[in-house]
Design a protein around this ligand. Structure first.
Ligand code: TXA
Ligand code: MG
Length: 319
């Protein structure tokens, strides 16, 4: 069982950074979801991420750094539009896929010639990254801190629920409260002449086009993104998207929808942003209550609703 830290002081961040340097894992909060971090330049530490998650090791990881100035450590030939995106949205819920530098080993990139880089927008994440860089660290590789294919954790308690059986006593879980965004970062392929979205998130196509002045293209590359597998983000409960809930089933929908008799209302968000923020904890609650089925009314429209629908469709494909 790992150690759990809810008091994220400067001293605590310094000792967490030492854990990373020593090759241990540190789970930490970001504004999207909790990440399971390891020193991105230590192949053995990164190998432990894969075993703790139970994830195939040819799936690439995102490298987290404290500022866009660090992008050049991990990437080469960064296009102008990627720099514009970094300026507009970092720190924030966006990952840029760039041509990798020599520092980005096969064990982080899944053997691809590209690397995913992100500057998260969370005080604890940034403090950890800064403390790590201060002692010579270059970046923290971190997937979402859940077992492969499961729902991502948006609280420290959910991280423990997912990973307690797999972490060792040297590993650390940092508690930074509930994540503000609630769905994973937008992943943007920046290796072509125009940006293309590999995974939708809070940074929408409209925001990308506004920032870069370039039209977003369809991705034409075969890139391994495990988050784009058809069944992912799935709770134990069956997720249904096109049905009316009946007694005994869970129900997640905007607050304007009434709850039919006998149906267990798991969440009633008032906005798409709130929908994203509470979605994963509501799906976890369905499992905690042992529900066999959850009916979700998908939000319509653009913005973060696109990311919510993306995750829901995959969750509905089941485990
Ligand atoms: O919001 C997030 O992105 C969270 C927090 C912790 O930062 N991280 C996250 O990591 O969602 P993960 O590993 O669960 O999902 C990242 C996705 C994976 O599907 C991976 O395949 C893809 O990013 N990815 C990473 N590097 C890539 C690359 N070089 N090319 C294409 N896809 C990449
Ligand atoms: Mg994930």
């Amino acid at each position: 069982m790992s150690q759990f830290l809810s008091n994220c002081t400067a001293d605590a961040m310094a000792s967490a950074a030492q854990r990373l340097i020593a090759g241990d894992l540190v789970a930490f909060p970001t504004e999207t979801v909790y990440g399971l971090g390891a020193d991105a330049s230590n192949s053995q530490a990164v190998a432990r991420i894969y075993s703790v998650k139970g994830r195939p090791n040819d799936h690439p990881l995102i490298v987290h750094v404290s500022s866009m100035d660090r992008m050049g450590d991990w990437a080469r030939e960064v296009p102008e539009y990627a720099i514009a995106l970094a300026r507009s949205f970092w720190p924030g819920p966006m990952t840029l896929v760039l041509k990798r530098s020599e520092l980005a080993g096969d064990f982080v990139t899944g053997g691809q010639d590209t690397v995913g880089v992100r500057v998260p927008d969370h005080v604890v994440a940034l403090a950890l990254l800064e403390a790590f860089e201060k002692v010579g660290g270059k970046g923290v590789a971190a997937p979402s801190a859940n077992r492969f294919g499961h729902v991502s954790p948006t609280t420290a308690a959910a991280v423990i629920e997912e990973l307690a059986d797999y972490l060792s006593k040297e590993d650390l879980v940092l508690d930074g409260g509930a994540c503000a965004v609630g769905v994973e970062s937008t992943i943007i392929d920046c290796t072509g002449t125009a940006p293309s979205v590999l995974r939708p998130g809070a940074i929408s196509v409209e925001m990308i086009e506004e920032s870069t002045g370039i039209k977003v293209t369809e991705s034409d590359q075969e890139i391994r993104v495990s988050g784009s597998l058809e069944n992912h983000y799935a709770p134990m409960a069956k997720v249904s998207l096109c049905e009316v809930p009946v007694a005994g089933q869970g129900f997640i929908a905007h607050s304007s929808y009434v709850t039919p008799d006998g149906v267990i209302r798991l969440a009633s968000p008032n906005s798409d942003e709130e929908f994203a923020r509470i979605l994963y904890s509501a799906l976890r609650e369905a499992d905690a209550q042992g529900l066999s089925e959850v009916v979700v009314v998908q939000p319509i429209g653009i913005g973060i609703a696109v990311a919510i629908r993306d995750r829901l469709v995959r969750a509905a494909n089941g485990r």
